[in-house]
Design a protein around this ligand. Structure first.
Ligand SMILES: C[S@@+](CC[C@H](N)C(=O)[O-])C[C@H]1O[C@@H](n2cnc3c(N)ncnc32)[C@H](O)[C@@H]1O
Length: 330
């Protein structure tokens, strides 16, 4: 793998830009290969995406999906992600959670907008120094005694609880709206929503049929799942269950009569049909013979081979606006 901004950060730490003393917090934490033991011992990590969370946990790091403790830290590291507002919120949270005089280190590359993050910070405080390597920049600054106003990432759109950074944070996604149009009274019994996001599909399902006897929602993004808990309206006698889970590695199969899903088509940085294919395999694995999958995908995504391998048959129910709705029978 090509070296990236995480390698640049390791190199900077190895060169002694900071001392691993006291308590350090890492925001949007990722597993850092070859990180010195001294750092491992002082770092508390925050990571809301389950696949990355699992990697950190398995590497023996202290990790939570969301920092909640009030203890001040003696330093902070922020790894930039793709969402500018989330990046800025992480930097501000780190500033406010640090002791005066603490060092705050930011690492990122062009795709994560490291240039504009640096410019934004330099309007708020002085940048102490920086280090560039592997097309990445690591820069740092020192906490002063003031507190910065934290932006609210949570918003309400069309009555839904959403937050910046999660999938379709501006409201229901076009492809998912199309899929929901196919939720009719045929759907019932135990149902699962794989990659449920903030709960749009499950909520539409429960609005359109009362035949669901069990509803299990699975999602890797902790914040999206927390939003789903608020967004999925319930009806009497049905208590949906919510599972923070990496479906590709830790799903424990249970028999459902229906799977509904709009599978992910991106990994952190690029389009990746393999992830969607893996979701189709998981859907097939959890359905007994005769069970059905109802899914939507971008028309260009090559899922047909996988569908014909793991399902008895499938058909495209509708194509519209660049999407296809597919029903597959196990
Ligand atoms: C295309 S979005 C669909 C979200 C929602 N079902 C909707 O229709 O609005 C796919 C969802 O899968 C989630 N996801 C991605 N990788 C995952 C994984 N390995 N395990 C579980 N969920 C995952 C993403 O966080 C995202 O919320």
């Amino acid at each position: 793998m090509k070296p990236d901004y995480k390698d640049a950060l390791i190199l900077a730490l190895d060169r002694g830009i900071a001392e691993p003393l006291g308590l350090w917090r890492m925001y949007n934490a990722m597993q850092l290969q070859d990180l010195e033991d001294g750092w491992k011992q002082v770092l508390k990590c925050e990571q809301a995406l389950r696949p990355e969370f699992i990697k950190l946990d398995r590497a023996g790091c202290s990790v939570v999906p969301q920092f909640e403790d009030a203890e001040k830290s003696s330093g902070a590291i922020i790894l930039l992600g793709r969402n500018r507002k989330v990046n800025e919120a992480n930097i501000i949270r780190a500033w406010n959670a640090c002791d005066e005089g603490a060092q705050i280190i930011v690492a990122g590359d062009k795709t994560a907008g490291v240039g504009s993050a640096r410019k934004w910070i330099s309007q708020k405080t002085e940048i102490a120094d920086s280090f560039s390597k592997h097309h990445a920049v690591v820069f740092w600054f020192i906490k002063k005694d003031d507190i910065w106003a934290e932006p609210d990432l949570i918003k309400e759109v069309e009555g839904y609880h959403l937050a910046e950074g999660m999938f379709s944070s501006d409201g229901p996604y076009k492809g998912s709206i199309l899929l929901a149009e196919h939720f009719d009274k045929r759907l019932g019994g135990p149902v699962t929503d794989l990659g449920c996001g903030w709960g749009y599909l499950s909520n539409e399902l429960l609005k359109r049929t009362t035949k669901v006897t069990e509803l299990a929602l699975y999602e890797a993004d902790y914040h999206a799942l927390e939003a789903a808990k608020k967004n999925v309206q319930q009806y009497e006698g049905l208590t949906p269950t919510f599972h923070w889970c990496d479906l590709t590695t830790e799903y424990k199969k249970k028999p459902y009569q229906w799977v509904i899903m709009n599978p992910p088509f991106h990994t952190a940085r690029s389009a990746d049909p393999e992830l969607g294919k893996r979701f189709i395999q998981v859907a097939a694995s959890t359905l007994p013979s005769g069970g059905r999958l109802l899914m939507v995908a971008n028309r260009n995504l090559p899922y047909e081979d996988t569908l014909s391998k793991v399902f008895r048959h499938f058909k495209v129910l509708q194509e519209r606006d660049g999407f296809k709705v597919i029903e597959a029978v196990k």
